[in-house]
Design a protein around this ligand. Sequence first.
Ligand code: MG
Length: 345
Amino acid sequence: MGPHISGITDINELIERSYVVSIPLRMPFRGLTHREVMLIDGPEGPGEWAAFTEYPDNVAAKWLAAALEQAFDDTVAPAPAGVEKVAVNATFPALDPGDGAAWWKKFPGVKAAKVKVGEPGQLLIDDVARVNAIRQAVGPDVTLRLDANARWSVSEADKALFMLRAFDIDYVEQPVSTVDEMVYLKRQLRGTGIRLAADELIRQSGALDEVIDKRAADIAVLKVSPLGGIRPTLALAQQAQDAGLQVVISSGLETSVGLSWGARAAAIVGYQTHSPLAAGLGTAVFFESDVVTQPLKVAAGSIPVNRPVLDPRKIRKVIAAEERTTWWQERLRRCLPMVANGLES
Ligand SMILES: [Mg+2]
């Protein structure tokens, strides 16, 4: 356990403080129709353990470190005084092109839209049709971002970005998986105005140093939960900005509990920046219901920066089945010692 996290006496107390919820999604995302997470109600407020269920324990333990920081750490930097909201992007999953315009309406006032591309089961023509429909729906003044989640090979990325550049793309998140592939592609894209962002390379491979050394990206995408908390996130943000990269704070399909910590990070990072990039934190809209008194809905292109307060009535409505709760409790028993052993470092 990090030196700042105190007050966790034992696993049974943690379990007593926890709720597993399964929340239906309005729009399938990552192949999911429900989002299952464990909430931990600590002395500092609620924490969200949102590691996707297929993740191995060593990865899930990092997400747990973030949840424990949220619930138990009373020394984390607060949002800067006076910063009450942060700008967010719209997030488009691999939806049918015909559904693009209706989904866009859920993000009023937003100035940037992020579109998933290269998803399993999708062909390049599907991506082109979707990005085309979304560009038409959002109009010419909204910035478009693509995210391929490291799924393309270099030649697939070459071909795809040759087709997709017609839609005026600001940047592409991890078109390819390795640093060297990113470097190659960045060279190919010179003169097109399309920038590259690193996401998986930072949160899964811990390769920000190499990304910086080889100038493999223009933007660092940072997510509080997968990175093990706001503390490591802010340290990476500082490192990236010192090296001349821009930072985008994003998230992992979390409830408004997890999103609120992203908003805090984005408020801190944006406060030091003249023109902060819109954060990937507008995803509360995916959830049919939420778990806090004031869900972080998008209004005027932003979400509020606030401290989450659990709503027991809302939690009761989405509480998970007993066997799923048991599954998470067992996962907690396995992962807690990994956090205690300092895996997050
Ligand atoms: Mg990404």
